[in-house]
Design a protein around this ligand. Structure first.
Ligand SMILES: Nc1ncnc2c1ncn2[C@@H]1O[C@H](COP(=O)(O)OP(=O)(O)OP(=O)(O)O)[C@@H](O)[C@H]1O
Length: 250
């Protein structure tokens, strides 16, 4: 579980996070939603320690990030898997080398152990046998699955995904969402996903935090979001004609 207490973050005079409290639960797909520019990425980067926060606290299963020295922070980092928006695969490395990159850096595993782990992770994302291919030989959806395989290679306790569906067609996006939810439950990870995708919100929103103007404006589940009367959520969710029609029917 990750607990966020009253975090604030400014860039110069611009306060982006204005005292956010949030909890993210183990075995759940926890989503962060909000309009473009509302502070979702800054929030996610603050959670993983890529931004230093100005005040507040972030606790990983009771351990405050702010209390950790460099060495312990580094060790906590090895328990975090990350899926970046553009996948961030290394084009000149094979898929297997991409998936085992962190293992080579941090694990001390033998070559055979790393290969076994790569095989396991690639099979888990339904991509067996692509070990010797290069990222450019795979479709966008397959590259996303490789990014997920790489993120789980170290068997992380926490998984962070920034817009995992960006650039994917709706059908592929659903496959990726389902995969993220399945592995979250299976490996009992605390998963935090930044998303714009309303389909993800409804399908895999076990727990949702809605950020508006740097503050948490609502929280709830994917089921609750369609029924809420919270004006800010209604304005956000029903900004598209499709969802306005759905609202009239529920
Ligand atoms: N390194 C930075 N320096 C200065 N300002 C920043 C920095 N990073 C983000 N910001 C500002 O913080 C605000 C929130 O940005 P952020 O990227 O978190 O929004 P977002 O909700 O993730 O948007 P999107 O959905 O479009 O990615 C924006 O006004 C942005 O300009």
């Amino acid at each position: 579980m990750i607990e966020v207490k009253e975090i604030r973050k400014s860039f110069g005079e611009h306060e982006v996070l204005k005292g956010i409290d949030a909890s993210f639960y183990k075995g759940k797909t926890n989503l962060i939603i909000g309009q473009s520019g509302s502070g979702k990425t800054v929030f996610l980067k603050s959670l993983v320690g890529l931004h230093d926060i100005d005040s507040g606290e972030i606790e990983y299963d009771g351990t405050a990030l702010g209390d950790l020295n460099r060495k312990d922070r580094k060790s906590l980092r090895t328990e975090m898997g990350m899926v970046f928006q553009g996948n961030a695969l290394f084009d000149s490395l094979t898929i297997e080398e991409n998936v085992t990159f962190a293992l080579s850096m941090f694990s001390g595993m033998s070559a055979a152990e790393k290969k076994d782990r790569a095989d396991f992770c690639l099979e888990r994302v339904n991509l067996p046998g692509v070990n010797q291919k290069f990222p450019s030989e795979l479709s966008g959806g397959m590259q996303k699955r490789v990014a997920i395989a790489r993120a789980i290679s170290m068997n992380p306790k926490y998984l962070f995904c920034d817009e995992p569906n960006s650039g994917l067609d709706p059908k592929t996006a659903i496959v990726i969402d389902q995969l993220l939810q399945e592995i979250t439950q299976e490996f009992e990870m605390t998963t935090v996903i930044n998303t714009h995708d309303m389909n993800s919100v409804i399908e895999i929103g076990d727990h949702i935090i809605f950020i508006k103007d740097g503050k948490k404006a609502w929280q709830g589940t994917g089921e609750e979001i369609l029924g809420t009367d919270n004006a800010e959520i209604v304005d956000f969710v029903y900004s598209s004609e499709l969802f306005k029609k759905i609202r009239r029917k529920v």
